[in-house]
Write a protein that binds this ligand. Sequence first.
Ligand code: PBG
Length: 336
Amino acid sequence: MPPLAAYPALRLRRLRQADWIRRLVRETVLTPADLIWSMVVHEGEGQVPVASMPGVARLSVDEAAKAAVEARRLGIPAIAIFPHIDMARKDPTGSLAADPDGLICRAVKAMKDAAPEVGIMCDVALDPFTDHGHDGVIEQGRILNDATIERLVEQALVQAKAGCDILAPSDMMDGRVGALRTALEAEGLQDVMIMSYAAKYASAFYGPYRDAIGSGKLGTGSVDNPGDKKTYQMDPANTEEALREVALDIAEGADMVMVKPGLPYLDILRRLVEAYALPTFAFQVSGEYAMIKAAGANGWIDEDRAILESLGAFKRAGAAGTITYFAPHAARLLGA
Ligand code: PBG
């Protein structure tokens, strides 16, 4: 880089003086194509608002199909769906996760029928289906890695056969990406993509999500149930470990990776983007959504500006896209 001129020859404010020149020198531009719509579906009819996430509702399968059409209209490329399951139907091993006629499979089919041009991404994890709320099978208070992977493979195959485009394992078991990739190949499902939740942290920011999907309270219930997910999700203090997690997932056959939560882990996202040449996504999680909504509702921040600024931050940091509950609203703010 040539040496910079010095003030007063150099005045950086010259390029900020009017909207037209700011637009001209802008380095990144957020578009609806940067968004994956995070959506919760339920077994019942219509829409059921989620108390801790104002503006988000659980959608019936029919409503989810309509939302897919809306996503297409708004130019949102993909939707990530998460199931709300009645507590009475959950069990310790999350049996319903592998039900080919279950909620997620029915939603995938309805959405792909309604809007085949919109990509559908499914979470591969047992927690919506286990009565204890953990992402794995528990034995004497321990989350079993390899037994859980067997269940995840069954779950992923029914999702893929229902038409899911992207499998997104969010469980953080070791070796699950390789197991999924091998199973997909064996079943002739080689075009199904894997976006692994590669660097997923044991975070306080998932609180409203557990409300949204009706998760049991960790640490309670019939089994010996650890009160947090720290034996499988990452320690928020770590960054080198994120590089190792992602390297492993790439080696096992992940097509894309994700960092979760979003804004509090922007440094991790940036490091991964610099280290590996593959599409890296951010998940702006439920707690991040709830914070912006709560401050906005109180008039403490300009909500719409905060939404676009936060999503723009992921783009600036190098994300290929962001999974967000704000997707349809943000797309409309962007003029879609
Ligand atoms: C579960 C899963 C979680 C989220 C996505 N998949 C919660 C968790 O790991 O406890 C969080 C989503 C959000 O907070 O928006 N495997």
